[in-house]
Structure formats: C-alpha cells, structure tokens
Design a protein around this ligand. Structure first.
Ligand code: COI
Length: 362
C-alpha cells in the first residue's frame, strides 16, 4: 500500500463521559492513568508495508505470546503533546522532531521505520477524534504516546517481520504554578546508557534499566535520579526521563553534549534556543559531577533544572550523593528556570508568537 492511499478506517464510539466528569478526570489525575476514548493502530509487514490504519476504541491488543516484543524487546516510543490554543484551536509542538527521533529509534533496533508523514497523520487522527479532551480546559494538554512493537510470533533472534505502530493519548493539566524543586539522588552504581548502546534513542529498555535507581531515589526521599557516564562515573548525563541544565553565577547555562548516550530531548533543544534568545551564554560541555558539587557548595551554581515533555521544566533544589547533600542556589526554583518554563508554555498554548515555527495547528 502506498502511503498516499492509506486511509484510516474509523470505528468510533460516543464518549460515555460527560463534560463535567471529563474535567474532573483531567484535573485530578496522576500522569498517565487516564486515556481518551480512541487509539490509532497501523500494521506493517514485508508484503504490504504500512497498512490497516485504524482509529478504534481504546482497548486491549491481541498478540501472540510469541510476539517478538515480549522476548527480545523491539519496542520504541515517543512523548509529545497537543495543546489547547488561546484562540480555541489545538496546537501540536514540533511533531516532525518526534517523527525523526521515532525513525532513528526504529533504525537502532532494526525495526520498520514509520515515515514522518504517516506519523503525523496518525497523531492528527487521534487528536481530532478525541479533541474534547484538549479543548475543554484553557490549560488543557493531551500527552500523546506513539509506540511501536514487534508483533511477529517468533522466538527467532532476528529483526521481526511484522510491527504494530500505535498512538494513545492521556490528558494532563500543566499548572501555571511550577511544581516544587526536586531532590536528586546521584546514582553512582547504576548507569543508564553506554557508548554504542541505545541511550540516544527512545526504547523501553532504557527506561526499564533506569527503574532500580529511581526506586532507590524514592527510598531515600528523593524525587529523581541523576545518571553519570558509564565509562568513568565522572560526568553528568541525564535524569530518569529528563535532560538536565546547570546555570552558573557567571551567567553561563550548561548542558551535557549529545555524545550518543543522552536522549536528544525535544524540550532540551527548545530550551537551548529560548535561553540563547534571552542572551544567555549556552554551553554544551561535559559537566563533571565533582566540579558541579564543588561549585554548588561555593555558591557558584545559581540554578539547576530538568526538562522533558511530561515535566516541561522543573527546578532542582538539591543533589544527594555519597558525600552528603548540596543545595542548589537558595534551594528554590530559579528565576531563569521559571521564565523559561513560562515562555515555553506560552508558545505551546499560543499565548506568545511562535517565532521558531514550532507549532502546527490541527
Ligand atoms: C517524556 O517526558 O515524554 C518522557 O519520556 C518521560 C516519560 C518516560 C514519563
């Protein structure tokens, strides 16, 4: 099937949820617990390429227990959002970046690639089908989770010959007020990614490997974990699902470079541009964990923050390592952190001009 002729067949259901109940579900929910009425699925095999595009009711998938994803982990995903715009429409943010990264993830795991055009169409089909979840709340955002799994029933240890590409959606409200700054545990035993591994693509395995360290952080009263490089345990890489930035008292804003072990975050890239627009001296350079703690103790680190699609931008209040706790700045959310967060949200919701061309309307 050529892509142009791929039509999404629609099996729509009426929402059983009234407007008031929907608003309550959105406002009260923890991240990722509530899903919209529909999902999109598309299948791939060697004979037909991408085919059988469907918008169907959200629900269980039927898969063989031998499906390759259960055994050798060919699974990738994306995280992106649709936003309620100030003019009442719906905005997608930098969807082509997510499409590119999804294809790069597929290549790394030897999976069939979803063309960017199909990726965008699948996302738009779902968002327009379940638009009420974004439209009803002025701060409404719909978190979109494209994913792809190997469905071929085989225990053969080779790239699978059949895949399912799906998109599901989960509503979130991002408060105008920022969340409290995070306490971060420095992970000095577990690492997240190695050179030549999969750290720079978005596959489930990376997140599975991060979980024990996240669990350890929770045990000691921290919100998140900071992973160091695998080779020397010397340089800052990223948190469990967020990139990290450090602001020094000389005005420089630093983030580790993309050397193959760090996820190239779309929010990371956007924040770098917004910080540069403000005249900040942006430096992508290796950040030594010892140097960072020393600088923070000496009062030379004024702010630290993490960023990601789910978290947007969130302040880091303290680092917790083998040698005790180091408070960052005054322990609160820094000024630049708060401003960058607000500016990004304003662009996403169409309250401020989209000078970088990041927004596409639906
Ligand atoms: C995102 O921010 O989209 C992420 O990937 C974080 C997610 C693993 C919760």
């Amino acid at each position: 099937t050529s892509l142009e002729s791929l039509q999404f067949q629609k099996r729509m259901i009426e929402s059983p949820i009234g407007e008031a109940d929907r608003a309550a579900l959105v406002a009260g929910g923890e991240f990722g617990q509530v899903f919209t009425e529909h999902m999109v699925t598309v299948r791939w095999n060697e004979q037909r390429g991408w085919h059988d595009g469907l918008v169907e009711p959200f629900g269980p998938l039927r898969l063989s227990p031998a499906a390759a994803v259960f055994h050798y982990g060919q699974e990738i995903f994306e995280g992106m959002k649709a936003f309620r715009a100030a003019d009442g429409g719906i905005n997608l943010f930098r969807v082509e970046r997510n499409a590119e990264r999804f294809a790069a993830s597929a290549r790394r795991l030897a999976m069939a690639e979803v063309p960017a055009e199909l990726f965008r169409r699948a996302v738009e089909e779902l968002v327009s089908s379940d638009a009420a979840w974004v439209a009803d709340h002025p701060e409404g955002t719909l978190y979109l989770r494209p994913f792809q799994i190997a469905t071929e029933p085989t225990l053969g240890m080779q790239p699978a010959a059949a895949y399912l590409f799906g998109v599901i959606a989960s509503p979130v409200v991002v408060n105008r007020r920022e969340a409290p700054p995070m306490r971060i545990l420095i992970s000095d035993d577990h690492v997240r990614a190695v050179r030549g591994g999969t750290g720079d693509v978005k596959c489930g395995g990376n997140y599975a490997a991060s979980m024990p360290a996240l669990g350890r952080a929770a045990e000691v009263g921290c919100d998140q974990v900071l992973f160091l490089d695998a080779a020397e345990r010397r340089f800052v890489e990223e948190l469990g699902g967020m990139n990290v930035f450090v602001v020094y008292d000389n005005g420089s804003v630093c983030t580790p470079p993309l050397t193959g072990t760090i996820l190239p975050g779309v929010t990371r890239d956007s924040i770098m541009r917004l910080a540069a627009d403000r005249g900040a001296r942006l430096v992508e350079r290796p950040i030594e964990i010892d140097e960072l703690q020393e600088a923070a103790r000496a009062g030379r680190v004024t702010e630290m923050f993490a960023c990601g699609t789910v978290a947007v931008v969130r302040g880091i209040g303290s680092l917790h390592g083998r040698h005790g706790e180091v408070v960052i700045g005054d322990g609160g959310t820094g000024d630049l952190t708060a401003r960058l967060r607000q500016e990004l949200l304003d662009i996403q919701h169409g309250r401020t001009p989209d000078r970088h061309g990041w927004i596409s309307g639906i």
